[in-house]
Design a protein around this ligand. Structure first.
Ligand code: NAD
Length: 417
């Protein structure tokens, strides 16, 4: 993986788009930096009675369009710059799909496989206690990200509600259904990845039926995207996770591969596959659709020269470096940017929050229909900006739309010293 700094990547993406906009330099400067970053050292008791220190962060990047919104990641590589970048991408993602949120992100530097469930619960509750003054249904609303899910969200909600002596299910999203979660939330990121892939193929006049697909990172986003593009008639030929990659020339059953990973912890060893691949081989396979769904900087400029897919749909946040973007633009590879492709997660999080505020639950059919409406509208707005402003690629088009929306909200509110 390339070692580009994701925060610098974000700032470059903003500059690239701002060059096509009539937004003043001082406002662009504001839009390139987080409003505040909380940095913590959590001291948490382990099962053997010892104390362990954990570095944790929450970045509130921009709240001009609504409460800060964004996930919490548990991963050894979590650091201040990564969290700041991820929080900025949330701002522009929410603005791309026009939902009334700003952007935030949090994380703890830890490998969850090294801790017991009780230890993870104490770490999560300790983080939630520290976050309490900053978060709230109308302030900042965390959600799951890499290595966190319903379990962690339920712990955060319970810690917050207990300390605040209230019920506030909308303080986090991505909760279990019985704790106020939404139908369709688990599948939402994979669903928007599928929807934007479908729209991109349509835009290019390509057929999804029979298209070949490779997925890097067969977790929540990647495996569900694989399953849903398969439902459209595509053939998944390769998938990977942190332990390796698998390949079958004629494709394999995406759901069976997911089941295998759930049972064994990895896609490697799945009987439907013919052979293993390296990570680089997977990313450069000659397929119609490549879905990077793991972590940032998966593809740098050098690797981008060897990417053979016609369409890349970014289920992950920040999987291409700006150099990779330039190379793929020059090579006419259509890239659907993360801030649109994976926006289903935050969009259904927004629906979950709306349901929590209404104390009324929607059906799965309604959630999926409303999500499709939001994502298809945003795709059309992006294509319109791309064509009207003659922009170099879809990423710049998405940022042009999003930055304009955030800048408008800031300027209309006025700056209160
Ligand atoms: P996850 O933990 O469910 O899955 C991540 C997968 O990536 C795991 O299978 C892991 O083994 C694999 N992986 C890690 N490093 C890898 C590597 N070097 N090569 C190949 N595979 C590797 O996480 P997720 O929720 O699916 O998130 C994946 C990406 O999608 C992240 O960038 C995340 O920020 C983004 N995303 C997720 C959501 C969501 O709702 N889950 C929403 C928006 C964006």
């Amino acid at each position: 993986m390339a070692d580009a700094n994701p925060f610098e990547n974000l700032q470059e993406q903003i500059d690239d788009a701002a060059a096509h906009l009539d937004v003043s330099e001082d406002v662009v400067e504001r839009l390139k930096h987080p409003e505040r970053v909380l940095e913590l050292n959590l001291s948490v008791e382990m099962d053997d009675g010892t104390l362990e220190r954990f570095e944790a962060f929450r970045s509130q990047f921009n709240g001009d369009r609504g409460p800060y919104k964004g996930g919490i990641r548990y991963h050894p590589a979590v650091d201040r710059d990564e969290v700041m970048a991820l929080s900025g991408w949330m701002v522009y993602k929410c603005a791309t799909v026009d939902i009334p949120y700003g952007g935030g992100k949090g994380g703890i530097a830890l490998d969850p496989t090294e801790y017991s469930e009780r230890e993870l619960e104490r770490v999560t509750r300790s983080f939630a206690e520290e976050l309490r003054p900053l978060i709230g249904e109308d302030r900042d609303i965390p959600a799951p990200d890499v290595n966190t899910g319903q379990r962690e969200m339920n712990w955060i909600k319970d810690t917050y509600e207990t300390l605040e002596n209230t019920t506030a299910p909308g303080v986090v999203t991505g909760k279990a259904l019985s704790s106020g979660g939404s139908e369709g939330r688990v599948e939402a990121t994979g669903r928007s990845t599928m929807l934007t892939a479908r729209e991109a193929f349509d835009y290019l006049g390509k057929d999804m039926e029979g298209a070949t697909v490779a997925v890097q990172g067969y977790g929540n986003a990647g495996s569900i995207a694989a399953e849903l593009v398969e439902d459209l008639g595509a053939t998944v030929v390769a998938a990977s996770d942190s332990q390796g990659a698998i390949y079958a020339e004629d494709g394999f059953d995406a759901v069976a591969a997911k089941d295998h990973k759930r049972e064994t912890g990895t896609v490697v060893g799945f009987e439907g596959a013919e052979r293993t691949l390296t990570n680089e081989e997977l990313l450069t396979l000659d397929v119609d659709l490549l879905i990077p769904a793991a972590l940032e900087n998966a593809i740098d400029g050098d690797l981008a020269r060897d990417v053979s897919a016609d369409v890349v749909v970014e289920a992950a946040n920040g999987p291409l470096t700006p150099d990779a973007d330039d190379v793929l633009t020059d090579r006419d590879v259509l890239v659907v940017p993360d801030i649109l492709a994976n926006s289903g997660g935050v969009t259904v999080s927004y629906f979950e929050w709306v349901q929590n505020r209404q104390r009324f639950a929607w059906t799965e059919e309604r959630v999926n229909d409303e999500l499709e409406g939001v994502v298809v509208d945003a795709f059309e707005t992006l294509v319109d900006a791309f064509e009207t402003h003659d922009l170099p690629n879809f990423r710049t088009a998405a940022y042009v739309v999003a930055i304009q929306r955030v800048a408008n909200a800031f300027e209309e509110a006025g700056n209160w010293p």
